[in-house]
Design a protein around this ligand. Structure first.
Ligand SMILES: [Zn+2]
Length: 316
């Protein structure tokens, strides 16, 4: 617990109490926005469930056979299910394989653990297959579903899990953490950054680091060209497809916000074009989060063409 993020501690206490009262649920749904360290939290949780000699406070000991196997990534009683390729879906075959392994008895620890992350990336058939598992819970097994988008999961699955919601820290706590863990940053920038990161300190710290990165600078430069109408959307979309589209759109959102703020303070009003660009960004973000197999290039091209058309309209 000593290494645990401060905002995770209330949830950890809840888990430890249940564990000590031997009331561990068969299935846990851990939700919370991106950038709160949910994966690390689950690593702690799994280690504590599997450990052969937990400390008095419920933490894993870190030295027993189980703890060693787990940190080496070869614990026979733990299964991690993630998409085979980043950004893709979790397939039914992966859940079926889990079913087969579930039938085996635990051989090192007294418990077995399974994590599924991100749980919202399961295909419909994978979800249905998982539902069957949840309907027939195995003895001494904890299944942990991790998601930033619980609303995307079927109600039938959610109703069979005990919900653990990781709340974002309050603004002051988040700011304190970021200040203590990143380079110097002004309070007003910190507010903007946290807003963009939906209050999640780790996401804010990542954004901050990216601002100095080559990718960030390249995108900013490209975007300025786009605003001038001085690009070929097809060429530029091809070059942007190497990036994480959500990250790019979040960055553009921040850039546009800054432009709006600086126009307001310099001229007292804002060119309506910037509000319209902001709408285009929000629209694109919605499309990204609502679909799994998006045509990335097409989406970027559409975005770029929309932005350039705004410009034409403003000039005519
Ligand atoms: Zn241990």
């Amino acid at each position: 617990m000593s290494n645990m993020y401060i905002w995770q501690r209330p949830l950890w206490q809840q888990f430890i109490e249940q564990k000590q009262q031997q009331r561990l649920p068969h299935a846990i749904l851990l939700s919370g926005v991106k950038g709160l360290g949910k994966a690390e939290f689950v690593e702690y949780l799994v280690a504590s469930v599997l450990c052969q000699s937990t400390k008095d406070n419920g933490d894993a000991c870190g030295t027993c056979h189980s703890c060693q196997l787990l940190s080496a990534g070869s614990h026979p009683d733990h299964i991690d299910i993630t998409p085979e390729q980043a950004g893709k879906q979790i397939k039914i075959e992966q859940i079926r394989a889990l079913k087969d392994k579930q039938q085996l008895t635990a051989n090192v620890s007294a418990w077995k653990t399974v994590t599924i992350s991100p749980a919202d990336s399961m295909t419909t058939s994978a979800s249905n297959s998982l539902l069957k598992l949840l309907e027939e819970p195995q003895q001494n097994t904890v299944l942990i579903l991790i998601t930033a988008k619980p609303e995307s999961l079927p109600i039938t699955i959610k109703s069979r899990c005990q919900s653990f919601h990781m709340a974002t820290p309050d603004n002051e706590q988040a700011k304190q953490w970021i200040k203590a863990n990143t380079q110097n940053i002004a309070d007003k920038d910190l507010d903007k950054l946290l807003q963009l990161a939906k209050g999640a300190p780790l996401a804010a710290a990542t954004l901050l680091n990216e601002q100095g990165s080559e990718q960030y600078q390249q995108i900013e430069q490209d975007f300025q060209q786009l605003l001038l109408g001085d690009v070929n959307p097809v060429t530029l979309a091809a070059s942007w497809q190497q990036y994480d589209l959500t990250e790019v759109m979040n960055q553009l959102q921040l850039l546009v916000k800054n432009m709006i703020v600086s126009q307001l303070s310099n001229k007292g009003d804002v060119d309506s074009k910037y509000w319209a660009i902001s709408d285009c960004i929000i629209g694109t973000l919605k499309l990204i989060s609502s679909q799994h197999n998006i045509n990335k290039i097409l989406l970027i091209e559409d975005f770029m063409v929309s932005v350039m058309q705004l410009d034409n309209r403003a000039n005519t």
